[in-house]
Design a protein around this ligand. Structure first.
Ligand SMILES: C[S@@+](CC[C@H](N)C(=O)[O-])C[C@H]1O[C@@H](n2cnc3c(N)ncnc32)[C@H](O)[C@@H]1O
Length: 242
């Protein structure tokens, strides 16, 4: 696998992804569409407008298109990726490809029904050593992305996040009243259990998630540590120490 970075920290660098996408044609993080299609179909109607954040060279957009979703905008900060994907899927009318940073989305307020990310937020967190105590710098980066996602979602719109991160870690970032959404969590299987979060804009956080936000802002210490199971060949989680 000649696309593996020399250090996992590179997974957050645009240069690394540009270089990788120059050579690599396709790679699917956290399993193919067929593994979580049943969950997506519950959350997204076929005529809704969808934005995919950090699309990479995954076939997810195309698989969704073939499944009947027609309004899909894809962004990635790698221009090489977007150029190759736009060429590859030029015949799919209704699919758009744009070079853009997920921290500064060039879309109007309330312009999408759905924003979907798979592994993109994870790639922004690769320098973290302790998932219970995400650094201030990374917390601010993720907050920039989530504020942008909340801004461009319509009322009732959903932010779907597909990740290896379990709720006790990821909800620390997603549970904020500022984002004006509720959170639900499901799991799907693709050789490993992955996490499928749905944030619905316009709904309130559950009392449990509000409590989590309150505790986090008071910097409460965790009572126990739950270890993550790593089974994939390429997985930057290997660098995270507990
Ligand atoms: C782990 S890959 C996931 C790719 C794809 N979503 C998938 O499921 O296979 C992370 C992707 O996020 C993109 N990315 C990372 N940070 C980004 C940012 N700030 N803005 C836009 N794209 C970003 C990378 O270029 C890369 O394509």
């Amino acid at each position: 696998m000649d696309h593996l970075p020399s250090s996992n920290s590179q997974y957050k660098d645009q240069d690394y992804w540009d270089d990788r996408y120059r050579h690599e044609e396709t790679f699917e993080w956290f399993g193919a569409f067929s593994h979580f299609e049943h969950l997506l179909k519950e959350e997204i109607q076929r005529d809704e407008s969808i934005l995919i954040l950090g699309c990479g060279n995954s076939s997810l957009s195309y698989d969704m298109f073939m499944s009947g979703y027609r309004s899909i905008t894809n962004i990635d900060f790698s221009a090489i990726c977007i150029e190759k994907m736009a060429t590859k899927y030029a015949s799919c009318s209704g699919m758009e490809w744009k070079v853009m940073d997920a921290k500064a989305l060039e879309f109007e307020n309330e312009s999408f029904n759905v924003v979907l990310e798979k592994g993109t937020i994870d790639a922004m967190m690769v320098d973290e050593k302790d998932p219970w105590n995400v650094s201030q710098e990374t917390t601010e980066i993720i907050d920039q992305v989530l504020k942008e996602v909340s801004r461009i979602l319509r009322k009732g719109g959903r932010f779907i996040s597909i990740t290896f991160a379990q709720p006790h870690f990821r909800k620390q970032l997603y549970a904020r009243r500022d984002y004006r959404w509720s959170i639900t969590h499901q799991i799907y299987e693709s050789g490993f259990h992955y996490n499928f979060y749905t944030m619905t804009k316009g709904e309130n956080l559950s009392s449990e998630d509000q409590e989590l936000e309150d505790k986090r802002s008071q910097r409460a210490e965790p009572e126990s540590v739950v270890y993550l199971q790593i089974t994939e060949n390429e997985n930057y989680l290997n660098e995270i120490e507990f």
